[in-house]
Ligand binder design. Structure first.
Ligand code: SF4
Ligand code: SF4
Length: 217
């Protein structure tokens, strides 16, 4: 396995992507006069899945800056979270459990929270690389607000496409063009934390070289 890491430049680019999306979010929230203030819900118990190794590394950079004691507490909560997800899965329900990084309603890794955490709320749209357009209606509260608008009046929405294109480009660079060696990324924050930072597996041909031609499997 060879460790993956974000260079300073890559870290800055990821933060610029987050910032761009957040500015878009604020623009749309402003137009809708939408805010999370007074909301009875806390989205941090939503079943959010994350899709890039770059963000996994970013999350881990924040996690490793915490004290060992705090990391231990978080990992214990992550175990509980994953157990709740397994139970929900077995019962055919969508999992709903509080993110292990949430303490007293607040995110303890706020600066390192991931894209989904930053963009959930207002309506958004993106075009996938295969050309398929996807619409996100926003959270339940925003949907209620938007449903009160006169019929046919399209709500403003965040256009995620250019930012996700930048993220896909960054991801390719972080994975050093070896994306094919890794499984498709689809993980909760708890899973990422429990698994540790991602690494690139050694390709079979290299493993073969390292053993002088003997198969190590
Ligand atoms: S995003 Fe929506 S559901 Fe989540 S806290 Fe804000 S208002 Fe509430
Ligand atoms: S990382 Fe932070 S913002 Fe995201 S779900 Fe967890 S506690 Fe909430």
């Amino acid at each position: 396995m060879s460790e993956l890491h974000l260079t300073e430049g890559q870290l800055r680019r990821l933060e610029e992507i987050y910032q761009g999306l957040e500015e878009e979010y604020l623009r749309v929230a402003g137009e809708l006069q939408f805010s999370c203030q007074g909301c009875p819900d806390n989205c941090c118990d939503s079943y959010f899945l994350h899709h890039t190794y770059s963000e996994w590394l970013y999350l881990f950079a924040g996690f490793m800056a915490l004290s060992e004691e705090k990391r231990g507490e978080i990992l214990r909560r992550a175990e509980v979270y994953c157990e709740a997800c397994r139970r929900a899965d077995a019962e055919g329900r969508r999992p709903q459990a509080m993110c292990p990084l949430n303490e007293g309603g607040l995110c303890i890794l706020y600066r390192h929270r991931l894209l989904v955490c930053r963009t959930h709320g207002v309506p958004a749209r993106m075009v996938r690389p295969d050309g398929q357009s996807m619409e996100f209606p926003g959270c339940f509260r925003c949907q209620e607000m938007v449903s009160g608008r006169s019929q046919g009046e399209k709500p403003p929405r965040v256009e995620r496409t250019p930012w996700l294109q930048k993220l896909a480009q960054l991801e390719g660079e972080v994975l050093q063009g070896k994306r094919h060696l890794l499984p498709k990324m689809r993980k909760t924050i708890a899973e990422m934390l429990l698994q540790g930072p991602p690494a690139l597996p050694t390709p079979f041909c290299r493993r073969h070289e390292a053993t002088g031609g003997e198969d190590i499997n």
